[in-house]
Design a protein around this ligand. Sequence first.
Ligand SMILES: O=P(O)(O)OC[C@H]1O[C@H](O)[C@H](O)[C@@H](O)[C@@H]1O
Length: 548
Amino acid sequence: MPSTLLTDLPAYAELRALADSLKSASIQEFFSQQPNRVEQFTLEAAGLRLDFSKHLLSAAAHSKLIELAQQAGLAARATALLQGEALNNTEQRPALHSLLRAKQAPLSALRDKLEQVHSTQQRMRDWCERLNQGQHQGFSGAVITDVVNIGIGGSDLGPRLVSDALRFYHGDIACHYVANVDPADLQSTLLELSPESTLFIICSKSFRTEETLINAQVARQWVLNAGASEADLDKHFLAITSNLEAAADFGIPDQHCLPLWDWVGGRYSVWSAVGLSCAIAIGWDNFTAFLAGAERMDEHFQQAPVAQNMPMLLSLLEIWYCNFFAAENHSVLPYDQGLQRLPSFLQQLTMESNGKQVAQDGRSLPYHTAPILWGSAGSMGQHSFHQLLHQGTRLCPVDFILPLTTHTGMTEQHRFLVANGLAQSRTLLLGRSAEEAKAALLKRGLSDSEAEELAPHLAMPGNRPNTVISFEAVTPETLGALLALYEHRTFCSGQLWGINSFDQWGVELGKDIGMDILSRLEGEQKAAPLDPATEQLMLRWREAQRLD
Ligand SMILES: O=P(O)(O)OC[C@H]1O[C@H](O)[C@H](O)[C@@H](O)[C@@H]1O
């Protein structure tokens, strides 16, 4: 069946006209025309509050976007996702990450899968308790005190983020993360640890990812070098994978392997056994609360009408700027140190899911898909890239993520952080005209001509769209809801663009070429040379190793 493209939807043309008419509109004027704009453009769900009043969005454009979502059948698509329809059409699979946090199966046909989820959760819980109660010992009899998750991409970003974000919930086990195949990553982590008291979780859905396997081999040798025998290794290694055979070949027995299923995509897998490291860090009850927060967002996504639906609304805003205002970027700025890795997590979630150029049916798309997502924890960015946000030539919508309280107990310092977040959001809205800049310069004692000359450099256009997602505190529940919110937003945008958000063929070719180059670096002679530039770099590498 041919995919429905964004441009096929009747509201598309009307939105294009509306967007054109709004290109010189003023968000501040919207506030005066619409006295209840903040109330009307605020949504609440699962402990999160989303304020989208500071957008280049008139009431008419907002209604038209809702119509667009209705025409695309987003509500029915949400049901199809949550009920396990095989939406990943290139791999003929469902994308059932929501089942990982469900207490009940949405359909009786999904009961078997849910049972597998629950029995795996029981095993995760056992490991969490065993480790946190100091009941697991290494080869020398020393109690395990440190856990190292070795994984990359979806087998790293999610658990690392959760562990970081919920550090105030940590118990006695310290969790570490190694992803990069650069030996410096593993080396610097191991330098702090003792092999006798360290447990490695080899986290790889495929158990074929070279980076992870190489790091795992080095870790294995590190434990052996410390005096462990081969038979002792199972005391130090767990595997999370859907490829039990490969894990067994590595030497990890079945009872130390926790399963993952092909209906869970890597970037959607933090809710599964992939989350074991962070579950160990925060304890099982907190991990359950994290799942519950996501489940609340799933329920909201399923039940709320489009106009009240937070993931749908965020997706409509993404489409609005990407496809009607040619925005190429999207920035996410968490005003919370623990959430500093949120942009990295969202990069994989959104750009690996929706960085696609063909529709589900293989047709080339006549429009752009996923914008480039980036960001960092506030307030650091204010002293680097916010300059571009305020005065650059590009349109870059921003999501501010704003917890209202801190776990540090340092409320006064936190107040300063909140003031900064609110100030940035407001400054993007207000900007400053050249006249205002000039007046400020005159006040500072500059002469009229000096002020006149300098004023254009101080002027800021303002009117720059931003969303504020606030919540009381970063808790397991709000974090679960926040990540599920962005997952569903990503899905909705993929549906509106007509693409499959659940495959990632674009990463495969680079892996194959990487293996070819590795064999050449290792000295294998091959008939056909590579391109001259790569050949020259390989030669330079050989010279640097003093190989020739
Ligand atoms: O969990 P693994 O099978 O080791 O995969 C790790 C990562 O690598 C792949 O290249 C994919 O791009 C990611 O989606 C995946 O999360």
